[in-house]
Design a protein around this ligand. Sequence first.
Ligand SMILES: [Zn+2]
Length: 690
Amino acid sequence: MIQDLIVRLLQVSVCAVLLLPALTARAQVPDAWWSSTVGHTETLLPPWTAMHVKNDTAGSNKTLVVGVWGRAYSFTNSPFPVQIVTAGRQILAAPIELAAVGSTGPLKWNVRNAFRVVSQTAAKVILEGVFENPEFRLVTVLTAEFDGVLRFDLTVKPLQAGTLRSLQLKIPLDSAVATLRTWWPIPYGDLRNSGSCPAMGEALPFKPYYWLGNEDLGLAWFGESDQGWEPGDAGAALELTHRPGQTVLQLHLRDRAMPVDPAAAASGFVYAFGIQATPIKPFPADWHSWRIDQGAAYGLDRTTRSDGISFLQAAKDAGVRTLVFHNDWTDIENYPVPSNPRGLDSLVSLLHRNGIKILLYFGYEFSTLASEFKDRADHLLVRPRAGGFERLPEQRCYLVCYRSAYANMLAAGIATLIKEHDIDGVYLDTTLDPWGCTNTDHGCGYRSASGEIRPTYPIWEVRDFLRRLYALCAGTRGGMVNIHASSCAIAPCLSWATSYWDGEQLVAEVEKTGKSHLAELYPLDAFRAENIGRNLGVPAEFLSYAEPKPFTTSDALAMGLLHDVPVRPSGFGSFLAQVSPLWRIWQDFGIDEAVLYPYWKACPAVHTSSEEIKVSIHQNPKNGLLLAAVNIGKTPRDVTLDIDLTWFGLAARTLEVTDPYQQTQQPVHEGRTTFALQPMGFKLLWFRPK
Ligand SMILES: [Zn+2]
């Protein structure tokens, strides 16, 4: 998605593309790569801890607890969790329930065979339980994995002839923790999928992914298709409803009454779905200092800016620590063969000597320039065929499905690039999107009862592919899997990201709506639902296109500072020059050792003269406070800010107050200070103990 931008930027800066050698022959990867299993692992990967299963018996209640890093799922005489704890908090208002209505009315699932462990390792636990009522039997196979994904494979079988009137999965979250939600998919550039939980609830056609939570935690539900679903209203297959104290996600598996007969050959209902509580994993201690720039190119040391400074020197001067080499490191889009292997070797070596990591671009497409395209495209591409991105050397690139053998080929190729060229990881352009696909050649799609071919969204396979890349790049090697996600912050796939980069969808929103005020374009609640990373457990960055539109770099920095989300620069010019001072400030301040008091938690020690001035504060135990104030309104403001230094334990200290970004002193009298802010303007203040 973003390759248009990057190619444009590089062409504007210096024509890095011209440094590429001419394409002499189409590369072809070894045949064995197409069936490779490289990267597959059943072992625990860092930073997660070993799983555990515990049985507690109190009276007639037998509780089984499945524990993973940071989370515990409890089952008490039930096929689904009765409680989930994440980030130290219970999040269910009531047990998750498969509500069934049969011939005799609502049915309760009683234990026939309590969950038993089928297999157990530190990384995966498989359990099986059987539950029943007079009319139906429910067999549940539960596969729990170390990143907290629980997969449920359900078979509902009739025990007697009768009627199944309805079957609904209900997930009731405590309303206090269910203030935000995000779902997928949505047409590109439509931002309705992320934000506050609608006060009146919402009804949606089938969506393969729905996450509900707040700024600290949440719970994702996901399923790869609506096969076997018969909602009464196709437009309300998923429903969000509010009850006193509960925010309920309701999945309408079946609303239409259907006669059932155990003697019939196809007498059962089969469903598979997953849940995952978030955050998924601990934030790395040093994520503020990864300093990723989207600007690597062949010959970086020989390519100069207009002022004569080489790109390499500019990167070093700015403090860049990670460079992404965008799609033109290879002539063939999303294909693991460098167009200039010796150039890549010398680039990697050069960057490593200068303490800079390098990530190579991979994406979501299969190129007509690949030798295998003619013979393999029908089998590998998403169906119906989609995409069609064009680039140089002349080629067209179509959406590939990672349920296909393309995943094997790419994993094998990336493993080879790591081994032969010592790259530090991968940058993945929307690779996590499990595109809807009806290509039955590789197992996608299904036929509905009416014979229509319907899409599947291969979440499980994309998840598996990304886990392979994580194992290869980051698992034990300390490298990176950085994912560009646009409106698709899907937890079970982001498990395998070391960080993600979101926000490109705003460009299409601008084109559609004409909005240009960033806080209007990307409402703060939408940003918090999708782009802060904390509630998912994966560090996030904010994507901003270069100046001047759809919004300025300064606007993006304001948004990022307010949410403690870095903005990633591209290239080595003015964009980097605006971002890099923040990297230095964060380092000098010691932001990784600081506690965040974000605006959304309304710190009682900070008051501003307007609701439109939002303030987020970091407190470092030694270095004081780093405060970011942003005017999210559309008019300029003279701001009065009052800060209770006693509350922060700083009243007795002599403080030097500066704006470290503007490098100016800031007068403060008894905790009060004033300044002016333009719309989307920001003020950074450092209250530093002397
Ligand atoms: Zn497919």
